[in-house]
Design a binder for this molecule. Sequence first.
Ligand code: CA
Ligand code: CA
Length: 748
Amino acid sequence: MLLPVFTLKLRHKISPRMVAIGRYDGTHPCLAAATQAGKVFIHNPHTRSQHFSASRVFQSPLESDVSLLNINQAVSCLTAGVLNPELGYDALLVGTQTNLLAYDVYNNSDLFYREVADGANAIVLGTLGDISSPLAIIGGNCALQGFDHEGNDLFWTVTGDNVHSLALCDFDGDGKKELLVGSEDFDIRVFKEDEIVAEMTETEIITSLCPMYGSRFGYALSNGTVGVYDKTARYWRIKSKNHAMSIHAFDLNSDGVCELITGWSNGKVDARSDRTGEVIFKDNFSSAIAGVLEGDYRMDGHTQLICCAVDGESTVGREKSLKSQIFNLIESEYQEIPLQVRGYLPGTAEMRGNLMDTSVEQDLIRELSQKKQNLLLELRNYEENAKAELSSPQSEADGPRGIIPANTKLHTALSVNLGHETQAAHAELCISTSNDTIIRAVLIFAEGIFLGESHVVHPSIHNLSSSIRIPITPPKDVPVDLHLKTFVGYRSSTQFHVFELTRQLPRFSMYALTSPDPAREPLSYVNFVIAERAQRVVIWLNQNFLLPEDTNIQNAPFQVCFTSLRNGGQLYIKIKLSGEITVNTDDIDLAGDIIQSMASFFAIEDLQVEADFPVYFEELRKVLVKVDEYHSVHQKLSAEMADNSNLIRSLLVRAEDARLMRDMKTMKNRYMELYDLNKDLLNGYKIRCNNHTELLGNLKAVNQAIQRAGRLRVGKPKNQVITACRDAIRSNNINTLFRIMRVGTASS
Ligand code: CA
Ligand code: CA
């Protein structure tokens, strides 16, 4: 059995995912983690006395091997690694909602401290694409930004929603790394520098990503799912009722291939085969896992898998030591529950990958006997069916009950149902059998459509028939595979034949073909030219929409009109003889989806598009005005706060002077003034906080608008639009910004 080779207990409660190991002096690995009190602790078991003089770091008074770094606000991400290869040692990077700090722990000095308007929810350190220097890449409010060791931002782009996870991985196997971005809109996007090369839609927020090897990577969702992708194909996934707190790739059984190690919210750690998801090792901590990492923590030349948990077995803090009374000021922190760290060495060759000892065999025996039970049950069912067929021929009153005819076929059809008074419009799946058999139940597995991914339709015994209609309402415009299990038999059957089949729900199934109404045609549009025959566009329409069977679209020029089943919005797609296509819709996201769908169907690499979304652009103009206002309020408040702190200093000095002069009246007055000033400062702080929240919300809307303008284009024009939009915003050139969003370029 694999046992931990070391265990540490540290007196700090740490924030999940904010743990890293770095060699801050180039040699000794040290664990660094963000505490929930706005500090970062650095555990350095190898050097006993280090003297820190600057203000950021101080020695922990209770533990000689722990230093604390003051951040003074909630840490939102943390990592360590090589940022400047010339230094020969690692930098510590700490992100908050407003700043990114790159810290030289060895010299106790800042490498840089940058304001980051879009916040830093996630961070990854490494090289990206052709950019030669390592970058600290942060993901925030719809934005991605990468800094070199001097704090220059060499990389910037926007993405669809708030970023929750980042990883670097050679996704396309060209030897250079791509950036994987997991965000709040359930998408994993792959950036080749600033170009999106792949998008995978998941079913929940992507909370963690980790590179494994080659183009393979692990992911975790906020609903307890973990799994492995190879490029755009998902290998496997499992779903737990616990949350995956941290994932990491590590070869624990020494077979040369990394396993996916997951640390869970219930304290479980498991290692799963990258190919199958099968558990090859597990261990339990008494509280949630905060981080899974690797490092040679014992400095013996062997890399260990290192798991950190927030331990529940607390004794520290209960007993008030003399020491903790002396350090009363920081005592609260030490009453937190201590953190537990365990390190595991990979299994040896003699263990032959059998890390769990006998439990593997026991599991296998349990699994096989379960299989045996199922097979016996199946055999008995066949025997009973055959008996029923013989003893009760079809003439009996309650009809046949045995095996269904061998030529029974199952038909499925997808269509659009416009709904009626009591039922909203929806897409509809109709399943029917080819004879007098009935459908007893249908089990549907599909991602992102039903609560909990599966849906059972089970008509009452009085409503059984040979066909069944199931409403389907996908919340997003993505193609979804519907995996169906249909139970077919007779009214009085006790056993049913199960038909298994898969149907794909097309991407735009929530749009019904309707007759055009010129009065309702949307003013917003995108316009572009593609070198494709109209028939091919018709094939694209057929594959991506649920068109009625009798639809007969003539050759170009033609136009089709759809109505959204979600909000009644109109969508027009018109094609001219020249190959010019105009799409009218007020939904800029839908326009982007249609362009991206056509681009992948027709394999278009670059597409320039002319666009206008008057209502949306007007909203954006208002947002930009607000951003300006919030910025100036921010500056005004900061100046006021600086003035007030000067005033406080002088009041305090004058009050103390008065006390020394035993002028109690003046002293009292000064302290009263101080008290009032303090109240003002507190109010000012509240205003600053609200102002900042509003500013963040508006900045997010601006980033989203840039991303949407980009999604209306394909390839190079897309990247040009995103870069030009950012330049326009930096130089505060609003008219140029809208020109770029409309025609795709700043120059006329
Ligand atoms: Ca690559
Ligand atoms: Ca392995």
